[in-house]
Structure formats: C-alpha cells, structure tokens
Design a protein around this ligand. Sequence first.
Ligand code: HEC
Ligand code: HEC
Length: 368
Amino acid sequence: MEEKEKDKIIIDSLVKSIRRLVGVIALMLFSMIIITLFAIYQPDLTALFKKSKSEIHAEQNKKIEYEKWQNEKKLKEELSTYWSAADINSIPPDSNIKSQIEYGQELIAHTAKYLGPNGSVAKITNGMNCQNCHLEAGTKAWGNNYGAVFSTYPKYRARSGKEEDIYKRINDCIERSLNGTALALDSKEMQAIKSYIEFIGKDVKKGEKPKGSGIFELPYLDRPADPVKGKELFVVKCQSCHQANGEGLLAADKIEYTYPPLWGKNSYNHGAGLYRMSRFAGFIKYNMPQGATFQNPLLSDEEAWDLAAFINSQPRPSKNLSADWPNIAEKPVDHPFGPYADKFSEEQHKFGPFQLIADEKKKNEKSK
Ligand code: HEC
Ligand code: HEC
C-alpha cells in the first residue's frame, strides 16, 4: 500500500512535468509561427497609429483654408481703418452745392468729354481722364485717391519751392499728367473740381493723412529696376489693353479712352508724378492689371518696379522743368533729372537702387 502510494505520487509529478513541457513547447511553436508570419508579411505596425494619406491631405487643406480666411479677415479689418469718401447723397437734393460737386465728379471721371481734344467746354488736355490715374473718381483705397487733399492743403511743396493750394495742385496735374493748359481759377470747371475734392475729403482732420490715401509706398528693391524684364512683363500682362505701341485704345466715340495711353504723344509728360518710378510702381501694385485691389494684388513688388522701369523709358511729351525743385537737395530720390546735391548718378536716381540715396538724404537733412 505504501509502495503504491509512492508510485502514484511519482507518476503524478511526472505527468505534471510532461504537461508543463508540452505547454512550453506549444508556446514556443506558437511564437515561432507568429515570428515567421511577421517576417513574411512584415505588417507596418506603425501604420496603425499613423493617419492615412487622405486624412493628412484633408488636414493640410483645412489649414490652408484657415490661413486664407484669417488673411482675408486681416485685410478686411485693415481696409475698414482706411479712408472712405464722404457720401454725396448726404447732401440735400436740388442744392447748388450738390450740382456743383456732382459736376466736379463728372469732370474727374470723364475729363476728356469736356476738356480733351474733342472736349465740349475747351480743348486743353491730352484726352486722358483724371480718373484714369485717380481711380473711382479719386475714392479707391491706394488708388491715388484724394483722401489727404482737403486735410493737407495748402502746403509747402518742394517741387515748386512754394506753398501750394488745391487750385495749383489741380492745375499741376492738368499741365503734367494731362499735358495740357491750366484752367482759369474762377472757371466753372475748376470750381467744380475743387468743390468735389474738398467735399469727399471733408471728414478728415486737418493736417492728417489717412491710411490708404494716395499711392502706396512700395519697399525699395536692392537692385536697379530692370526695363528688359519690364518689357517681357508688359507684353504678357499689360499689352492686351494698353496696346503693343503703349498708346492705349480710344472708345468708338473717339472722345474718351477705353484703355488710356502709357506712353507716346497723348500720355503724361516728363514732369508728371507717374514719371517718378516710386509713384508708378506704387500705383500699379494695387491697381493693375485692371481688377487688382489692395486685397487682391496681381503683381509682385519686383514686377511693379521692373514695369515702371520699362514704361518710363518709352518716349513721351517733355516739359520745361527748369523751375522745378529750386532747392536741389529737396529732390526726391527717384527724380530722374540732375543736377543733384548728392554724388549718385542720374541713372541711379532713375532706376535705383534707391536705399543708399535715401539714407544719405536723411543723413544730410539731420545734419542741417
Ligand atoms: C497720368 C496720371 C494722372 C492723371 C491723368 C491725373 N493725375 Fe493727379 N496725380 C497723379 C499723381 C501720380 C499724383 C501724385 C501722387 C503722390 O505723389 O502721391 C497726383 C496728385 C494729384 C493731387 C494731389 C494729391 C495729394 O494727395 O497730394 C491732386 C489734387 C490731383 N492729382 C488732381 C488731379 C486732377 C483734378 C486731374 C484731372 C484734371 C488729375 N489729377 C489727373 C497722377 C495723375
Ligand atoms: C484689362 C485691361 C487692363 C490691363 C490688362 C492693364 N490695364 Fe492699366 N488701365 C486699364 C484701364 C481701363 C485704366 C484706366 C482706369 C480707369 O479709368 O478707371 C488703366 C490705367 C492704367 C494706368 C494709369 C493711366 C495711364 O494710362 O497712365 C497705368 C499707369 C496702367 N494702367 C498701367 C498698367 C500696367 C503696368 C499694366 C500691366 C501690369 C496694366 N496697366 C494692365 C486697363 C488695363
């Protein structure tokens, strides 16, 4: 009996050991199979935690959309701080003042109809409209608008070396930008233009230059602007409207331009504001090709400067400028005619780079 008992215990423990052994072997076999399967199929485990390509794409799109939305919001907010013209409709109807202001607006928008080569009042200008350069009758943000005229005139202007009133400034554009003959100050037309410009700017505080008024100050390039590149750009981006010869396109009535001239005998003359590179480049940056705005510019800064270099190298009417800039130290850095108070060449004053000239001008002004 004792013997039997002992045998049983031995057998029991033997069976237990065998079972354990079988268990271990089974486990080993199982892991070997798993490892082999792993080796064969090499599943990308990391993919389990990674996003699929389409998910990543969707996320990127979302980010781009968000940035676009944010940008548009920023531009809108910026634009809401800009000058906007006083509303002519706020003047009671049938008042003399209202009809005078409305005539002024009409003269700005359709100058050639009244004062151009086929004008009904006088034939004293080249056929361009003030509005060709002062967009939306001088009300568009960065469209060379009249936002700072009533608030800052009369003022000293270095070009004439004198204090100028609004009449003088209007006649400046007639004689230079419209290459024409000055209007008599007491003429109905001059009075109307002045009333209009004063009215739309009447809400600006005296002495202030509101944001978005006039022409945008484009940052300088660190190289000379390149007329060769400018010509290539002109062909692609401007020629379809302003024509291959740059002389624009008259409307069917032969009175006003559908597309105004950029050079040639009917364009602005050498004494005009746009003949300065910074004025031209700053003007087109947010206004050309037609349809461009501050929110939706269609030219890079470099393109704007190179286009200015090409277009302002083409032939146009000249003007006797001998009375301009009586103090040569006050010439703007981009005035293309010497003599100068600095050592920079006429070439550099025309095409740039302008930063060194500007730095020296500032230094000399400070040391005075
Ligand atoms: C060929 C383009 C062009 C045409 C056309 C033109 N102007 Fe100008 N005008 C300019 C430029 C450029 C300036 C200078 C803007 C600057 O320096 O910031 C200017 C400036 C002015 C200013 C002063 C603006 C300021 O804030 O100091 C007045 C006023 C003005 N023009 C009135 C007129 C009137 C009125 C007409 C039509 C009879 C006219 N302009 C036609 C280009 C033009
Ligand atoms: C789709 C037609 C169109 C294209 C393209 C176009 N413009 Fe204009 N441009 C106009 C019109 C129209 C005006 C006059 C705006 C008005 O009267 O409201 C104008 C006015 C101008 C003016 C001021 C008036 C003058 O004749 O001096 C300049 C400067 C100018 N454009 C330059 C350019 C440049 C540079 C390009 C090419 C980057 C260009 N434009 C492309 C239609 C166009």
